[in-house]
Design a protein around this ligand. Structure first.
Ligand SMILES: NC(=O)c1ccc[n+]([C@@H]2O[C@H](COP(=O)([O-])OP(=O)(O)OC[C@H]3O[C@@H](n4cnc5c(N)ncnc54)[C@H](O)[C@@H]3O)[C@@H](O)[C@H]2O)c1
Length: 440
């Protein structure tokens, strides 16, 4: 099939590359000229394992074309996917400006009947509004082009995006006609040779499914962080409690690690957007509001542990920070806990030496001018520890999991570690490290 994907971010670029890998001809369209120019020259705008090779191979075969010219793409297309960003607006709702601007671009450039599929995460009812918006412009332009609408939310995880996209554990399709279901099932059949993985439903339920999936995962994380805080004040060990409850199949081991809060481009904005959707429909969502509140508080837990140990005035002290990305395997720092921890420590007078295997450049763009002068970024994990009073682990990249304790103790001025992901075990204590963990 010939496909256009509008928006060449994490989702658009990865799905575009995966569709092309399965033999489809894919146009990836973006309004960001620098991004498209870079992609044409083999420069990826994001870090994602295996993506570079896949893009390069597909480009060489002519199966993956990057362009800013939507007309060129749509003329040669059967299905148009919208994969633009839906960031959080100031009031917590999803900002749909990019969605409607993409819809306008489609309406003004489409010359034959097409299927438009919304892959971006959007509030319930958006698909129908996009259809109305396109149809109004087509009518104003006296066009007799017909469009169908579908919802096909994306469940990929940054850091494992290619694997998730090539081998999805489910493909949710929201549509209104059997023909649209069949078209999308055909497209995805090569990804899910087992057809049981298709979950077919109406457009609104499909839009809701994506929000509920993220809200459920965010709820598990905030729930466990709350339990960790209760363990800390009562003397129970949250690590043991995790194993105790995870062994119950109804609960499971996933997403019940205590930590220093969730971030990323999805959980915070999607939980907030669902809260906003509920409120605008007259329902006050108590659980979801508290999931958010607990997470905001959790991002401060490391800061509070540092000030309990070193005092509120951190002038004259330097801290090493390991991990800036919101999770391992990505360079994405949107809503990352590192942004909160580092800015709060600097506000109290501290200097920071920071290391991340991939996210340093993104972090520099995100942290803000008032803080950047207080941070030294290093290319090596141990260099970040030089002269620091303590090490603060925020993102559990694999290379940070088993550090050489001798080197750490030589580089740090005090043997103190704040472990925001509970990955270091008690052996640290044997080497006379003071180890502070979440829930302990
Ligand atoms: N990042 C994830 O892990 C993830 C996972 C699942 C779902 N989602 C959802 O997918 C959507 C996209 O997320 P993302 O992280 O890929 O966003 P992103 O911000 O990384 O990329 C969005 C891209 O869209 C482009 N764009 C904006 N308006 C455009 C227009 N009119 N025409 C062409 N291009 C346009 C931007 O320039 C940008 O390159 C969001 O709704 C998000 O919630 C994201």
């Amino acid at each position: 099939m010939n496909i256009t994907v509008i928006g060449t971010g994490y989702v658009g670029l990865v799905t575009g590359a995966c569709f092309s890998k399965m033999g489809n001809k894919v146009y990836c369209v973006d309004i960001d000229e620098a991004k498209i120019e870079g992609l044409k020259n083999g420069i990826l705008p994001i870090f994602e394992p295996h993506l570079g090779t896949m893009v390069k191979n597909a480009q060489e075969k002519g199966d993956l074309i990057f362009t800013t010219q939507i007309r060129e793409a749509l003329d040669d297309t059967d299905i148009v996917f919208i994969a633009v960003g839906t960031p959080m607006a100031e009031d917590g709702s999803a900002n749909l400006d990019y969605i409607f601007s993409a819809a306008t671009d489609i309406a003004e450039n489409i010359t034959h009947d097409s299927l438009v599929v919304v892959k971006s995460t959007v509030p319930i009812g958006t698909g129908f509004k996009v259809k109305e918006h396109i149809e109004k412009i087509l009518a104003d332009n006296n066009s007799d082009v017909k469009i169908e609408i579908a919802s096909n939310p994306e469940f990929l995880k940054e850091g494992r995006a290619i694997e998730d996209c090539m081998h999805p554990d489910r493909v949710v399709i929201g549509a209104e006609t059997p023909e649209v279901f069949e078209t999308l099932k055909d497209l995805y059949s090569s990804f899910v040779l087992n057809h049981d993985r298709f979950i077919l439903m109406d457009v609104k339920s499909s839009e809701m499914t994506k929000y509920v999936a993220n809200a459920m995962l965010a709820t598990k994380i905030s729930f466990m962080n709350e339990i960790a805080n209760i363990c800390e004040v009562t003397g129970a060990d949250v690590q043991k409690v995790r194993l105790g409850i995870g062994s119950d199949k109804r609960i499971g081991y996933d997403f019940i690690y205590a930590g220093c809060g969730y971030g990323g481009s999805c959980f915070p904005k999607d939980v907030q957007a669902l809260i906003n959707t509920a409120q605008t429909n007259g329902y006050e969502p108590e659980i979801l509001s508290h999931v958010e509140k607990v997470n905001k508080r959790q991002k401060m837990v490391l800061v509070n542990k540092v000030t309990s140990r070193f005092g509120d005035d951190l002038n004259g002290l330097t801290f090493a920070v390991w991990g800036l990305a919101f999770k391992p395997g990505t360079d994405d720092v949107r809503e990352a806990t590192s942004l909160v921890v580092i800015s709060e420590l600097i506000k109290r007078g501290a200097k920071i030496r920071a290391y991340d295997p991939q996210a340093t450049e993104e972090f520099k763009r995100a942290i803000g001018d008032e803080f950047i002068e207080s941070i030294v970024f290093t290319d090596n994990r141990y260099d970040a520890c030089d002269g620091a009073s303590a090490l603060i682990l925020i993102t559990e990249w694999k290379e940070l999991r088993n550090p050489d304790l001798k080197i750490l103790s030589e580089r740090l001025t005090e043997n103190v570690i704040f472990d925001g992901r509970n990955i270091y075990d008690k052996k640290m204590r044997k080497f006379d490290f003071e180890l502070y963990q979440i829930g302990c």
